[in-house]
Design a protein around this ligand. Structure first.
Ligand SMILES: [Zn+2]
Length: 332
């Protein structure tokens, strides 16, 4: 292909892409980039595969959902089977202000950061990392029948905060829980993201999309807003160098979108899963997680805990209750 060629293919094979979140968008871009022969693809994801994901998250199967595999593990297995020549690295982790820089810098700083998230807090955190480290950020969002994509290249254009100074207030936006996502929308946005990432990785910066593309697949509408003049010298992030999302500390427990489950962050140290799992009756113990049923107040909940101390408690949306269950069974 003339747009890629031998030189482009070589550059791809020597490059490193990080995808934050392998949900609807991340599944598409990860699949395309691995099949395209990007040298290293690092994926970060905190969630477990659910049946309700399958209509739009093409890397997963019913068996993954029944097993409730971590998405990072299920995605890695599928991607390695698709192209064993690509080094697929995984982190079963929430991408937070506390670990974002170490996740990015730990394996050598990637050449591009790709947004596969479903929330604005994480997008603003990726934006901070992008500007601080000078790594291009490929933005994507998909909700209901609408999608949008853009590329923010530090030093040569605006950042996300130039265009949108702050995340929307909680409760003001449709979420994947309240509105769902049409699989065709996330496929299109994920494909745009993969194409833009490939241009960045091949050094074809003059071909990178200089606009925010948005569309509504049901209404047949498509808009493009040029970003050429959008750089704001007063931008707190790229203008003033204040990385407010990166500097925020302490992630509170949070209900997970559409899952009747709550995530509780661990402390800062790794835990001995085998020892912890051996002390909990009936728990399944794997290298990367333990899982079993626990009882509290006469009700039963499923508890999954990862090596970084993070846990997902299924069967409740009550963050206070989840915190109590966490302290009782994980105890840190
Ligand atoms: Zn900015």
């Amino acid at each position: 292909m003339s747009h890629i060629g031998e030189d482009g293919q070589r550059k791809l094979s020597e490059s490193h892409a990080m995808i934050v979140g392998v949900g609807a968008l991340g599944c598409v871009s990860a699949d395309l980039l691995v099949r395209a022969g990007v040298g290293i693809v690092t994926i970060v994801d905190r969630d477990l595969v659910e049946i309700s994901n399958l209509h739009r998250q093409g890397l997963y199967s019913e068996a993954d959902a029944i097993e409730k595999k971590p998405k990072a593990v299920a995605a890695r297995d599928r991607l390695r089977a698709a192209n064993s020549g690509v080094e697929v690295r995984t982190h079963i982790a929430d991408f937070t202000s506390e670990n974002a820089l170490s996740l990015i810098e730990g394996g050598g700083v990637p050449d591009v950061l790709i947004d596969g998230t479903d929330n604005f807090e994480t997008r603003f955190l990726i934006n901070d990392c992008s500007v601080k480290l000078g790594v291009p950020y490929v933005y994507g969002g998909a909700i209901s029948t609408q999608g949008s994509a853009a590329v923010f290249v530090p030093g040569s254009g605006p950042c996300l905060r130039c265009v949108q100074p702050n995340p929307p207030k909680p409760g003001t936006q449709a979420t994947c829980e309240s509105a769902g996502v049409v699989g065709a929308v996330s496929s299109i946005i994920g494909s745009y993201q993969a194409a833009e990432a490939m241009k960045v990785l091949m050094g074809q910066m003059d071909r990178v999309m200089g606009s925010m593309l948005s569309f509504d697949l049901w209404e047949g509408q498509r808009t493009r807003v040029e970003l050429g003049d959008a750089k704001d010298p007063e931008c707190p992030c790229c203008g003033k160098g204040a990385f407010e999302f990166l500097e925020a500390r302490g992630a509170p427990p949070q209900a997970l979108c559409g899952q009747h489950a709550v995530q509780v962050s661990g402390g800062s140290s790794m835990i001995d899963l085998r020892r912890l799992g051996a002390g909990l009756e009936g728990f399944e113990v794997k290298d990367y997680m333990i899982r079993g049923m626990v009882e509290h107040g006469g009700e039963r909940f499923e508890l999954t805990c990862f090596a970084d101390g993070r846990a997902i408690i299924n069967g409740t949306d009550d963050v206070g209750l989840a915190r109590v269950i966490y302290s009782r069974y994980i105890g840190i």
